[in-house]
Design a protein around this ligand. Sequence first.
Ligand SMILES: Cc1cc2nc3c(=O)[nH]c(=O)nc-3n(C[C@H](O)[C@H](O)[C@H](O)COP(=O)(O)OP(=O)(O)OC[C@H]3O[C@@H](n4cnc5c(N)ncnc54)[C@H](O)[C@@H]3O)c2cc1C
Length: 446
Amino acid sequence: MQFYASQASEHVGGRSVVVPSGRCIGGGSSVNFMLYNRPAASDFDAWEKDYGNVGWSAKDLIPMLQKGQIGKEFIELGPKFEKDRPKTDEANALNVESINAFHAMPKWISSDGRRSDVAHHYIYQKHIANLSVFDGCLVNRVVIENGVAVGVEYLFDKRIYESSPQDTRIVKARKLVIVSGGAMGSPLILERSGIGRKDVLQRAGIPVVVEIPGVGENYQDHALIITPSLMDPAVESLNPLFRGDPETWAKALEQWEEDGSGLLGNNGFDGGYPESRGHVHIESSDPYAAPNFLAGFLSSPIDVAALRWAYKKGRELTRRLPSFRGAFDMGHPQFSHDSPAALKDTAPVSLEAANIVYTAEDDLAIDTYMRQNVETAWHSLGTCAMKPFDQGGVVDSQLNVYGVKNLKVADVSIPPSNVNSNTYSTAIAIGEKAAAIIAHELGGCL
Ligand SMILES: Cc1cc2nc3c(=O)[nH]c(=O)nc-3n(C[C@H](O)[C@H](O)[C@H](O)COP(=O)(O)OP(=O)(O)OC[C@H]3O[C@@H](n4cnc5c(N)ncnc54)[C@H](O)[C@@H]3O)c2cc1C
């Protein structure tokens, strides 16, 4: 894992939030929580309509998602409480019926019917004759000659190969260089290659090859807040798994091995469209140096208002669940004892119970709680955005980096706008789409 510490910010109670990414073959896909869901069709349509990226609409990307893929109580109660929000068994259709509906989260499923990371699905189980994988290497920069990407400069990562010499080596590229370092890694590789904001490059002592002001800007994530409740211990939950209970793990693993179901076959949680933006930039030419990272969480008041709304809505739903036994108060805003919002329920309320009324003071308590507790949802994206250059874009709709020939970026740094879902499915769709674009350009087909 690699951990990126953001600058401390007043918007998150003066804290420095820490955002992880997977530093291994398979990246985030190999360390993630395996929650799998797809964005709304309108998310992808916006990439095409709002930013002019022809070929990136939902119609184009749904087949890409399909190429890579072949808490019951809550789902039952949800539609009874929120009568205008239905339940669906098909959450993947990206249509009106499946969006904003209650559903079990679908999963990324490999050809053997189980969830998989990209390393297992695309590399380990295939025999690809013309693929070489250099693991434990750190890319320093893309080598650019006369405006053309001609190779990649790398070194053996001393955090993995402790005594490795730190001289750099170059792999030459005859046709294309594709940068896929993720939303945290790709902008840093571009900047060390001399591609980025002039002041950033100059401060780091890197000669400017192409000035692209958008590199490393537009950083986004989803804001994560967990407000736990106590529940009836007789109800089966993921808790013993999270606690590491050996008996539960043994049973769950056995079930998983047998038919891929059981607790380990479960999905555990939801996105949103944050308004806040941050950045990630190099501070020096040293590839090991920590970047200048600002997560930007809750810097827009719109995001605070959205979390306040979500807290209230979520609380109303949870207190109606038959297994509800009270709010776990340390994980909730601190309301005054005489407020109607105080955490007094210790048993479920009826479906028809009146909603809690919050005072201005209660709202402030919620906002403060959100600022002090919001965390990463592990969904970094947008730092090499696929947009027109004059709107802060870094790559065009064929994933070409502006102003450099034979250089593309393909990972979740390219979404020009956010998706309302966990980001793994989007990463897969971008990878599949990139493969189609590259195969077409190189005269092949998929
Ligand atoms: C802890 C965690 C939990 C998550 N949970 C979920 C989930 O449950 N569901 C979901 O849908 N999504 C989840 N995600 C998000 C999802 O995994 C990511 O959106 C996805 O992996 C992004 O893919 P990517 O290829 O763009 O980048 P990454 O997966 O980050 O891959 C980038 C790769 O490039 C490497 N790299 C970067 N810089 C360099 C360099 N200079 N030299 C060499 N290599 C470099 C990195 O080490 C990494 O291997 C989670 C992510 C994390 C970190």
